[in-house]
Design a protein around this ligand. Structure first.
Ligand SMILES: CC(C)(COP(=O)(O)OP(=O)(O)OC[C@H]1O[C@@H](n2cnc3c(N)ncnc32)[C@H](O)[C@@H]1OP(=O)(O)O)[C@@H](O)C(=O)NCCC(=O)NCCS
Length: 203
């Protein structure tokens, strides 16, 4: 099944106004891959988020997801995703399986001065089936196509082997550089502007 942008609703003009520095609501079309539907978060995702994200092994790797998950965390995350999009800061997608429309996790792309940063998580029952790689490739392609970004980064704790593997499979280059984000030691993986040979380009 070919990858598709289901409902653009916006065009590159919108991205241009973002890149010029003025805040503008970000385009966030639904993105399809072979097995996944990446769509904006909805308030109805709350129970699934609470069920899947309340996991010490997710909190361990994601500084923004505490464990135990506070009662208000899921709705706060959903509300923050709406606000960040309105303010031209980030797009956050639910990762949904097309086959049964099951919510499996989230992936977001934050934008800052022509550069993007991606973060993601999946409920543990969905690990090791290639879903994160499929979602990451699609969001990388969307980020470059829609926002004309110069580069997209991911910051990962140095011993998060699964996430570093996902980034490598999606064509991100490990910079080997270790830096601090939010007080945590992280590894920086990067992909620069589109190269036709990049794996995510043909997703
Ligand atoms: C990281 C995460 C999103 C990966 O999702 P996923 O859908 O399982 O990823 P994929 O199936 O696409 O790929 C996982 C790869 O890591 C490998 N892997 C998994 N656990 C591993 C480990 N402990 N050590 C080394 N490799 C590992 C898998 O074998 C697979 O590689 P392969 O296809 O070459 O066999 C998921 O584990 C997760 O949500 N973790 C908690 C949150 C998190 O770490 N988020 C990222 C923060 S930067």
């Amino acid at each position: 099944m070919p990858d598709t942008v289901v409902s653009a609703g916006y065009d590159r003009q919108d991205a241009g106004s973002y890149n010029s520095g003025s805040p503008a609501i970000l385009p966030q079309p639904v993105l399809l891959t072979g097995r996944l539907c990446l769509r904006p978060l909805s308030r109805t995702d709350r129970p699934a988020i609470e069920r899947l994200a309340d996991d010490p092994d997710i909190a361990h790797w994601c500084s923004a997801i505490p464990h135990p998950l506070p009662r208000t965390a899921a709705l706060s995350w959903i509300a923050a995703s709406f606000a960040e999009r309105q303010h031209g800061e980030a797009v956050t997608y639910a990762i949904e399986r097309r086959q049964d429309r099951q919510f499996m996790g989230g992936i977001s792309l934050s934008l800052d001065k022509g550069r993007g940063t991606i973060g993601y998580w999946l409920g543990r029952r969905h690990w090791n089936q290639g879903y994160a790689t499929e979602a990451l490739r699609r969001l990388l392609a969307f980020g470059f196509e829609m926002f004309s970004l110069r580069e997209i980064s991911a910051y990962t704790m140095p011993d998060n082997a699964a996430s570093l593997r996902v980034q490598a499979k999606a064509g991100m280059i490990d910079q080997g550089a270790v830096d601090h984000v939010d007080g945590f030691l992280v590894r920086h993986c990067l992909v620069r502007a589109p190269r036709k040979a990049a794996p995510w380009f043909n997703r």
